[in-house]
Every structure is written in C-alpha cells, then in structure tokens.
Design a protein around this ligand. Sequence first.
Ligand code: GPK
Length: 795
Amino acid sequence: MKDLKRALQTTAMQLFADDFTHLDLAQQFRTVAFVTRGMIAPNWAKTKAAVDRSGQKQVYYFAIEFLPGRLLASNLLNLGIKADMEAALTAYGVDSALLYEAEAEPALGNGGLGRLGSAFLDAMASVGMPGNGNGIRYRYGLFRQRFVDGYQVELPDDWLRDTNVWEVRKENRAVIVRFGGQVWLRPDATGQLQPEYQGAQEILAVPYDTAIPGYHDGVVNTMRLWSAEPVNDPNHAFTMADKARADEITRILYPDDSQVAGQELRLRQEYFLVSAGVQSVVHHYLRFHQDIMRLPEFVAIHINDTHPAMAVAELMRVLLDDFGLNWEPAWRLTEATLSYTNHTLMQEALESWDQQLFARVVPRLAQLIGEIDRRFRARFTRRYGELLVNRAAPLGNGRVRMANLAVIGSHAVNGVAKLHTQLLGESVLKDLVTLYPRKLLNETNGITMRRWVLLANPGLTQLLDLAVGPAWHRAPLAARGFAAAAQQPGLAKQLQAVKLANKQALADYILATLHETVNPQALFDVQIKRLHAYKRQLLHLLGILADYLTLLDGGDLPPRVHIFAAKAAPSYAYAKSIIKVMNAAAGVINHDPRVSGRLQLIFLPNYNVSLASRIIPAADVSEQISLAGTEASGTSNMKLMANGALTLATLDGANIEIRDAVGAANIETFGLTATQVRAYQQVGNYSASAVLAESPLLKRVVAMLTDGSIPDIQLEGRQIVDSLVLGNDEYFVLADFAAYQAASRRVEQRYADPAGWAQTMAINIAAAGQFAADFTVANYGREIWDVRPTHPPRE
Ligand code: GPK
C-alpha cells in the first residue's frame, strides 16, 4: 500500500504538477487509472511477445460494437490490487466508490451484442486464450437518455472529452482504407488480372489499443479500436473537406439495433472496420510468418453478427490482389479463417444492402461478391435447384445479403442459445444448412461473472467465499455448493440480509435520481433491456395496470416495486411511446394514496453498464418475457439469476437453459411456446380482439390507455391500442396476458415464504456458474476457432 501511495503522489505530480490530495475527483481518477495502466503495461508487453514467439493461434473478434463498462475497478480486481488501492485511497481520504464513478463509461455499443463482445474479451484473457477485439473508436457513444415530460430525449455522449487514460494510440500501425472510385481489372506482366483504382478516396485508419487484463493470470490481451483520419501526405495537404469526410466515418455509433437503416455512412463504417482489421491482421501475421498459405493455422477471424461480414470479400481481396493467389486457394484460406455468429431471427434486423449503393462505396468488393455469387450458383444449382439457390445466394433482388455472405465464407456459424440455433436451422438459415449441413453450431452466450458478482455485489461475494471458498472466482461451477450450504438457516438469513442491503442501496439511488421513496421490503421486480416490441415491456405494463385496478377494487396484493430501465432507438416511435406511457402511468400510480406503499413503477433513465451494476444485485424478480421465438438468447437473464433473482419467463432464448439449470421449481415460466406461436402465425387464426372480448379485466386495462385515466398520452395510448387491436397484436401480448398474470401471482405466493424464497435465491446463484463466459469462449475455442486456453475454467 505504501508503494501505491507513493505512486499516486509521483503520478499526480507528473500529470498535474500538484499533490494527489489537492486534485479534484476527475484528476484523482486519472491519476489512479494512470498508475493502474502502468502496472498492466509490463504484462501486456509480455503477453504480446509470448504469443508472437510461441506462434500460438490468435482470435480476432470483429465487432461493430463493444460495451466494456467502466474499466478501473475491473482492472484493479483482475490485477489483484483492488483492496490495496482502495486502502491507499482511504488513507488519502478519497472515497473509492465516488472515484470509480468519475470514469466516463465507454458506451460503444447498443446492448446485448456489444456487451457480449466485451464479455468474451475479458473471458479470453482470463482463461489464457490469445484474443483481440477489433472495433471502432466512436467519437460519440450511445446517446445519454433523459426524460422531459416523460418523453425520451437523447443527448450526445461526449465520452472522450477528458482524455481516455486506457487507450494507446498506435500511429505506426495505421493502414489505409480505400472507398469509392472506379476499379478496372488489367492483366499484369504475368497475365494475372490486377485492379487499378481511379478516383478512390483514401482514409487513414489509426488504431487505439486498450489493455484487457485477465483475472489473476498475468495475461493481458488487446481491444483495438480504429479511428478515421485524413491521410497525412507530406506532398499534398488535406483540405478541411477531406478532414470532415474522414472524421465522419468514426464520429458516432448508430443507435439502433433493430432496424437496418441502409445508410451509406453505416456501410462505410462497416468497411472501415473490416478493411483496417483484415489488413492489420495480415500485416501482423507477416511479421512472424512467411507463408500466407498457413494463415488459418495461426489466425481465426470471428464475424460478430453480419456487420463485419464484408471480411469474407476483404480477405479475398487481400489474398488475390496483394498476394496474387488464385481463387480456389484464396477461398479455402478465407473459409478456414472465418467464422460467424448470428444474433437475431428478426427479419427487419437481417442486414442487406442495395447492390448499387454497395458497388459505389466498395467497388472492388462488389466485384468479388459477384464472383462469389457466380461460383456459389455454379456449384449448387444443378443439385439443389434454382429456387433454393436463389434464396441462399449472396446476391438477390438487387441486394447484397450479408448473412448469406457470412455463412458461405465461414467454416462455422453459430446461434447464441439452443432454441435460437434450432430456429435458425428451421427458418433464417434453413436453405444454407441444407447446402452446408455441418456448419451450424450452438454456442450459448455467457456473462462476466466477476463483473456482475464480484464487482457489483460485494455482499454476495463475501457470502459465497464464506460458504464455498473463493474458488468460484476462477472456476465458476464451484458456486454449485452454495445451494446446499444455504440450507443452513444462518446462511439463508445472511443471504436475505445481503439482498435487503442491496435493495436499500438501490432505493437510495432511486430517491436521489427520481425523488421517489420505495420500500426495500417490497418485491423488486426488474426488467432492464433495450425497448423493443418483441421484448414486451408492454406486457409488463399491462400487468401493472391490472394490479392497480385490482388494488383499487379492494383486492389484496403484496407490496411490489416495478423497476424498468431501457433506451429506445431515436427513430423507433412505438418504443418511445411505450416510454412515455410508462412514465405517465408512473405519475398516476406512484402518487395515488390509495395504493401508496403497495404498487410503484420506477423507470430509471439512461440504462448502461453502470446502472445495470446497481440494479441487478437488488432484483428479486427478473422479467424475461419476450415472445417465445424472438429473443435470441438474452444475457441480463443470466446476470440477474447470478445475483439471486427468480426468473419470470417465457420459454425463449437462454431462459430455457436457465430452467434446465435451476429446475422447474426454481423459475416461473408461462405463455405460448415458440411452436405454438408459429402455428398461430402459419394458420393465421390469432384474434387479438377475441382475447380482449373474453377478459373484462384486460378490457379495462386496455381502455386505460385511451380514456384519460392516464393523463397526457392521447397519441401514444392510441398508437399502442391500435397496434394491439387494428394491428392484431403482432407480439401476442394479449394472448399471453392471462398466463402472465397467473405466473405473477405465483411469484408473489413464493415471496410470501421468505425461507423458501431464500432457497430459490441460493439455487439460482449456485446454478449460474455454467453461464460464465469463461466456458463460452473455451467452447468457441474448441469447436470453432481451434484455440485452446492455457488454463481452462474447471468443469
Ligand atoms: C441481437 F441482432 C442483435 C442486435 O443487433 N443487437 C443485439 O443486442 C442481442 N442483439 C440479442 O437480442 C440478445 O438476445 C442476445 O443475448 C445478444 O444479442 C447477444 O447475443
């Protein structure tokens, strides 16, 4: 600790020419982070050297989003110096909790997809797999959300305003990315066709590297994020317009994860990420290897969702144009190097690009994809027929279909939960699975147990350490013993006390941010995720309104606090209407003395990784109520169970695997199954109005949206009712309503038995270990990447 104190003083003097104790909180944060970074650096250099020297195969995880969360506490934890640093800070009179909050959160992702990428980077480092992130350094991350009159307002996220302590700019590793112009193919001296570019725009891609330290293992991997700049040519000054055109590419993260907007800038972002990434992977490979034909022995490139799917064509471009390979060997290398994860079944989220736009932005890739398409058709049409091949081809109806391209160019394709993978094979990827029956695999998602339990829930961590020892930090399955241990009434009592303390802390936060007082003894019922029709926050809201009416009618329900957090895409009007209606309903319910202390609706603004860390440890119930067959996996379901919440769920995504892990007695499931939903959709015999006509309670609830009982929501309430009635309730909210209400009552009955509830909590916590991302990446390594961890998580 003495050393740390001295390091803080020295660094404060170097950075700010002042004493550590004289600095403000932001400066103190920078000082502590700088010291921490200095302690990571030697192992970072050592890891890189060791991987290069040993020639171990490396994973490059290409993703248009990463969502790491704040890094200081997590880095200190992984280095094993968190307690020491906190002691040093205490000695200087600094509150470490406040200091951690001074860090800007890197919000370079929308939600689950980006968070999964960051969980994988953490996990790869923690099990000793050489793994690199490859992404974009957005100047502005996901918008900050505020509510004004209950409406969502989006504010810019200027996260780089104060310098980012963690990143290292590597200008010596910059590469040039080419856009637009014309490409001609001309035979060179040997007769090979070579592309000749005319009028292309060149952009400099500059990498910024961030260290990703593993947990207590001395491994430090790298997340590389690319920033666009004008090319700096000493003989040709760039203009302001050049600078603006470059800056634009990495200016801002697209804040929508449900729709493909089809905008040229997004396509440019994707190509920028892919071209910079592929070039840098190949450059690095050539520093330590001679033979490009051995690339897949040393390099695995992973395509996270379709946004980086152009990697297929870009790697072909490099192999053909820069290395002069012939098509077949280049294609074999490409397929062996690449793999792809699908994250959604939703039609509107499946990416495709207008072929003409595509050819204008990336003309050489358009040529190559044309050739991939031609060869694909030539190979399969005779045997499988034109209809099937047309559907599965990379080109069709004037569009470039990114999922098809990714599957065709990869040796493995995976879904993110068992049900999702099964449904992929039956629907979105059916034709491609017919053509490539062995490519499709399942890799169920995972989470960073250490961030979501060790960091977020110190109380529970202490109890787990007490009950099963600290082995679970590295070997997540070791938490299994917690279920049996919690049968001792003493431990069960302590578990209840920890949960209560966490709820009190969240109650304090709610009071400070929304000026609402909530009772920590009440049931805390949590739904936190992006706002989407398919995730059915609306079903939860209808349930709340029904309970409100029941209470007004004189019914008796136990005290319950419903806690939401969710951002809506700025262009997603329906999702924004739900937010407005939620906030308006909160205004009515929370201030009605007739239900005071018994029912509350709390919508916390600006959901992000930091807010999740506050809410999750305090949750009693985890709402995972998407329409069956729509949520690919979900990962908040795993985080919440790991913190002892009971899952209230449809049989969707990873909820099914959670049920299998905890047993049907320790989860509440309800609603239509994916098979039943599909049957309705195929026959077309679902009638929302018929459901409505049969339920007097439901009718009253839906009426509340338009009859003025919730003020100031004329348009929004109407829009929602129209979607349910005129639109025939695309997501079967009304169909599942009665089952949801019944499940909700069962949850309350369980909660009335504190001893039984404590057992269920313990069983959920004990069973969560299987969802540690440490296992997920080890499985990817074994089944897809052919990369083995040096210290795999114990089974
Ligand atoms: C899926 F397709 C997408 C997307 O664009 N963004 C995103 O966050 C999510 N996802 C799924 O919706 C979740 O079910 C899943 O757990 C998560 O990706 C990670 O796989």
